[in-house]
Design a protein around this ligand. Structure first.
Ligand SMILES: Cc1ncc(COP(=O)(O)O)c(C=O)c1O
Length: 401
């Protein structure tokens, strides 16, 4: 029999980051000294996965029936309520929000692409972006286009963004934008209030002439310095556009494998909101049906039970401090070197600009240092590097770029 024609049969089946991580772990297991800065999970300084014990305890305490039974297609209502309250607080967006549960933030990104774009239309994101954005777009027969993320001073290129969003509106008569902030993956950059003002002004302008949706990918929000004030920039947009949030429990609750997340959609128009809710539920039915029930129940409890919440917040503070120590060590060691990287004050990753990323990543590998090559840069996952290895990591980087 001839081989069956397959969609995407020539694509790498393995995510390149997971493949690099495997190689680093194999080298480590064979006794070599390795610094593995590839995977986006927060590790303790001894290499163990950093977890929030209270979250796991709560997850294990979910009843047998709630764990084993199906969750509703759109998700567990208490989970939605808790996520909306936690994410949006006292913002007027909270009263304009609907949510659908998704397997991680990835599922939320997927639903945004399939629901807020037609076939062959493009989502706009920054020139540095998390690779799966492109995979998700292609897998759903959508495209991805980018705007230049940084200007010459390594600040967010708000003028480049405004030009790109207008050009996309002209080209396809509708706009979907993905903005990953704070603690952008892969650069570690967090937009300033002035940059948010400029970006949302451009979005308000475009939303007056074409259907517009903007998605804030807040996967790393729990590790940001400022977790609320960006909302006030998005609030005026809900009058004309859909303001979406890809919420993820992976990093905020250190529950990567539980696959829990939500797409939160805000818009001022109640009829539009109902339509969005229906469309998103339909998308869930047509993909994964429903999501992990136990994790939704557990996170809802961790967010709403005051005692549990206080414990989870304290445990997360410890993880934030663990990461912040690495960020501080990185900035201190990089000072005075030739390393070029955007302002970095928190988050799982930093990106170092290099002329030939592949060559740099190979040269680092030869030194036992694993990073992820990108276009014009290497991504360094400090979330996986012990504080005591950071200075050495920076020395290897400085010697190689
Ligand atoms: C920028 C960004 N968005 C979204 C996600 C989604 O993660 P998950 O699907 O595990 O929630 C990740 C995970 O690494 C990410 O880095």
């Amino acid at each position: 029999m001839d081989l069956l024609p397959l969609r995407n049969a020539t694509r790498p089946g393995d995510d390149p980051i997971f493949a690099l991580n495997r190689e680093a772990n194999q080298r480590k297991a064979s006794g070599q000294a390795v610094i593995n800065a590839t995977v986006g999970a927060l590790l303790e300084d001894d290499g163990a996965l950093a977890v929030l014990p209270t979250v796991l305890e709560t997850l294990h305490g979910v009843s047998a029936a709630a764990t084993a039974g199906y969750a509703p297609i759109a998700g567990v209502a208490d989970f939605h309520k808790a996520v909306i309250a936690d994410l949006l607080g006292t913002s007027p967006l909270a009263a304009q929000a609907v949510a659908v549960s998704t397997p991680g933030g990835t599922g939320a990104l997927r639903h945004a692409l399939s629901t807020f774009l037609d076939h062959d239309q493009a989502v706009l994101t920054s020139s540095f972006y998390w690779g799966p954005y492109a995979t998700l777009a292609e897998e759903n027969a959508r495209r991805l286009v980018t705007f230049p993320m940084f200007d010459g001073a390594m600040r967010f290129d708000t003028a480049g963004f405004a030009r790109a969003v207008e050009a996309l509106a002209d080209a396809q008569g509708r706009v979907l934008v993905f903005l990953n902030d704070p603690c952008h993956n892969p650069t570690g950059y967090s937009m300033t209030p002035d940059e948010w003002t400029a970006v949302t002004a451009a979005l308000v302008a475009v939303s007056k002439r074409v259907p517009t949706a903007v998605l804030a990918d807040v996967a790393y929000l729990a590790y940001g310095r400022d977790q609320r004030s960006f909302l006030k920039h998005l609030e005026p947009l809900a009058a004309h556009a859909a303001v979406l949030f890809a919420w993820s429990g992976s990093k905020a609750f250190s529950l990567y494998g539980a696959r829990v997340g939500a797409l939160v959609a805000c818009t001022a128009d109640a009829a539009q909101r109902t339509a969005i809710e229906r469309a998103l539920s339909f998308a869930s039915r047509g993909t994964w049906s429903n999501c992990n029930a136990a994790a939704q129940h557990a996170i809802a409890r961790c967010l709403t039970d005051p005692a549990l919440r206080a414990r989870v917040d304290a445990e997360r503070e410890r993880l934030r401090a663990l990461l912040d120590a690495r960020v501080a060590a990185f900035n201190a060691a990089a000072k005075g070197t030739a390393l070029r990287y955007p302002p970095y004050d928190g988050g799982f990753f930093v990106t170092v600009l290099v002329p030939d990323a592949k060559a740099t990543a190979e040269a680092l590998k030869a030194r036992g240092v694993f990073v992820v090559p990108q276009a014009g840069a290497v991504r360094v996952a400090l979330c996986g590097v012990a504080a005591h290895d950071v200075a050495q990591l920076v020395a290897h980087l400085a010697a190689t770029v």
